[in-house]
Design a protein around this ligand. Sequence first.
Ligand code: SF4
Ligand code: SF4
Length: 431
Amino acid sequence: MTIERDQNRNLDELLRRCVGCGLCLPHCATWVATGNEVHSPRGRLLLLEDLLTDYSRDSEAAFAEAFELCIGCRACETACPSGVPFSLLEYGQDLTSANFTRSSSFISLLNRWLDSAVFLKILRASGSLARTALRRTFGSNWRRRLDEAPLGGDGLVRLLGSMPTGFRKDRDLMAEMDRLMGHSAGSLVPAVPFREPDRDVILFRGCTNDGLMPDSTRRLEEILEALGCRIHPLAEQQCCGALAAHTGRPGKAARLQRANLQALDAHETGDFPVVVEAAGCGLHLKDYGESMQSRITDATILLDSLSWPQMRELPLRVVYHDPCHALHGQGIHHQPRSLLSRIPGLVLVEPREAEVCCGSGGAWGLNHPELSQRLSRSKAKNLAATGADLVVTSNPGCLGQINDGLAMEAPHLPIIPLTDLLWFACFTRKA
Ligand code: SF4
Ligand code: SF4
């Protein structure tokens, strides 16, 4: 590892901003899970300083381990009163990426395919069959039983448990909502526009949404069209490149970025906003360059800016989980809550440690399964402690990760995409 200190002249100034107060520690998922200073933002910054001041093989090894374990959730940046930027930790992560280690060859292989929507579609179909078989063999609490009596293949079981999936058929989503409310919601209103189209948008689907949860994306499209958006497809879109960038493949990330920018340039779309469902994709797309910063719009921000019709009453306690790349990466906090507050009868509750990462982190959870599972279970406990009837979130990675935690800690508590709940409140009416 070589440190190009002269090329980063403001590193000293940024490092000096850390006054060692420790206020970031309770917000850092890896510190919360391990209690180890080395796995806290403050500990990582000290290691970075050590490495830059007095490089040695020993300091390199400690440094690589600490930075590889950083989820990149950015909660420390939000919490820090001294303005220590996440870019310092990102710099440390970039230094370690050449030495990126993976837990097994199976996971290593998986990392390379996870940004392919075709692979994810195959994974979805085979995963769904495997989950059905496990449910039939071990019962509805198969995830917990396999965790308590490991039979080997833990990585595969965890992958199956944390794979984000949604309701394929509208009627299954409606049946789940009826079950939660204890009565029939009524019938589905046809997805006709509530208002004439008056704005143009491009929808960036993202490979995870497209591959694993296409029906939730379709429901989002129905909401947007009903609320007056003309959606322009971007058929040539590729994965945003976030997964490649976070698993030590900068070349592939750069290729994907070029392909997406070319697709946008080639498209006769003017400067229409690019609406993004998954917060992780949105944050990465904003990093493409200045022009994209203002153009990328998280779906919750667009939805909250639209005029909504009267929604149906939902007498439920609902807890919203903030994806880190929305809350810490893009400062999105108010909009999802504002959307939920439009639903009559819905009571919004807030969990403990809302700002702490759920332990998904894209491919991070697959590379660190034991720690990731600890975090998903802790997140599930905090969500269940609110007494909520339903969890909603707006990022597929968080949805799968929390689903896995809930399967072990609170199997009675379902989690669905925020947009599925909004769709249900919009398009069902009492018979
Ligand atoms: S909150 Fe900021 S200043 Fe305090 S220890 Fe953490 S990084 Fe340093
Ligand atoms: S980015 Fe997240 S995991 Fe990494 S140091 Fe900051 S709070 Fe901890």
